[in-house]
Design a binder for this molecule. Structure first.
Ligand SMILES: Cc1cc2nc3c(=O)[nH]c(=O)nc-3n(C[C@H](O)[C@H](O)[C@H](O)COP(=O)(O)O)c2cc1C
Length: 358
């Protein structure tokens, strides 16, 4: 297990095929899924040389929280399907490494269970906004009471993307429980892979005014997840958000949108000079990917599918190994490119390589 590829291979060989497909799939033709990786490869690093890199500081401050390295965990639903303890294992791993975990609304462990598992963790709650406003508000209040540090609203999913392989391979129709929404008006859609995606539950009529409403519900910072353009970033600023997660949902929503890393510079340009922090997820698999995103101005990156691979490998310990590996690769990439702190990274360190080399 010396690269994230090894973890992916382990998951492919050991997860039930349906589950591996659910995790690895993108939407439709999967163009964006693949482009998330390829776009990182198109960017090349221009290393600095003969800098003293004997001491390297990977730490960062994210929404006021000190983290030892800027790699967090993005929300992925129903993690117990990995055969592990699911989100509590992920939270313990993130907490032991001092980094951030974003819990999905559609988790298989409740907001409170996860907080209990990682009492000193940097936990954020990801929200889908439901047609049932009381349910939405209750979840945010529960997160605040349980000590979560931020609310992340996913804004690229007024409706689920066209995940053809989920349809091809059918649903789990499992005894999967989504405790956060149990007892509400939410009803599982029988046979669906992701049981909570029912047309009546997710609000398709969301607008920026709903983000302003979310801001009034608690004192927690609000981050929007799913921005891919400067125009959308401008609207987010106008709505008063505290952070922007540049993301295309791991290529699972609208196929054909840009790779996250290709959209980053445009969003950074809009937020420059403001207090709004910008993060990125989508296709981060190598320390050099992290370095590239930070060089373009991201405050932190988040990983999704690799967490599943770690969970499949060894639960909490597996997720910790995934985080350690990426952290150590980032440290190495910084040393070899002449950077001793993340503040040394900047866009002049990157150039575009010929795409024929992919
Ligand atoms: C299995 C799976 C489940 C996901 N569930 C959610 C979710 O519940 N909420 C959400 O905002 N994003 C969800 N996402 C998207 C991730 O948060 C993230 O944007 C994406 O996985 C990042 O790309 P990566 O997997 O290439 O690292 C999910 C992604 C996967 C692979």
């Amino acid at each position: 297990m010396i690269s994230l590829d090894d973890f992916e291979k382990y998951a492919r060989d050991n997860l039930p095929k349906k589950v591996f497909n659910y995790v690895s799939n993108g939407a439709a033709d999967q163009q964006t899924l693949h482009d998330n990786r390829n776009a990182f490869k198109r960017l090349r690093i221009r290393p600095r040389v003969l800098r003293d890199v004997s001491k390297r500081d990977l730490s960062a401050t994210i929404i006021g929280q000190h983290v030892p390295f800027p790699i967090g965990i993005c929300p992925t639903a129903i993690q117990k399907l990995s055969g592990s303890d699911g989100e509590t294992a992920t939270a313990r791993a993130a907490s032991s490494m001092g980094t951030i975990m974003i819990l999905s609304t559609y988790a298989t462990c409740s907001i409170e269970e996860v907080a209990h598992a990682a009492p000193t963790g940097h936990l954020w709650l990801q929200m889908y906004l439901f047609t049932d406003r009381k349910l939405t508000a209750d979840l945010i209040h529960r997160a605040e009471r349980a000590g979560y540090k931020a609310i992340v609203v996913t804004i690229d999913s007024p409706i689920a993307g066209n995940r053809l392989n989920d349809e091809r391979y059918g649903g789990f129709n499992p005894a999967v429980r989504i405790p956060n929404v149990e007892g509400s008006s939410y009803r599982p859609v029988s046979g669906s892979v992701q049981p909570a995606y029912g047309p009546d539950e997710l609000s398709e009529s969301l607008t920026w005014s709903d983000i302003r409403w979310v801001k009034t519900l608690s004192s927690l910072p609000v981050i929007v997840k799913g921005i891919l353009s400067g125009d959308a970033a401008r609207e987010a600023l106008a709505a008063g958000v505290d952070g922007i997660l540049v993301s295309n949902h791991g290529g699972r929503q609208l196929d054909g949108v840009p790779a996250s890393i290709d959209a980053l510079a445009e969003v950074i340009a809009v937020t420059q000079g403001t207090n709004v922090e910008v993060y990125l997820d989508g296709g981060v698999r190598l320390g050099t990917d992290v370095l590239k995103a930070l060089a373009l101005g991201a405050r932190a990156v988040f990983i999704g599918r690799p967490v599943w691979w770690g969970l499949t490998y060894k639960g909490e310990e597996g997720v910790r190994k995934v985080l350690e590996l990426l952290r150590d690769e980032l440290s190495l990439a910084m040393a070899l490119s002449g950077c001793s702190s993340v503040g040394d990274l900047g866009p002049s360190m990157l150039t575009r390589g010929p795409s024929s080399n992919l």
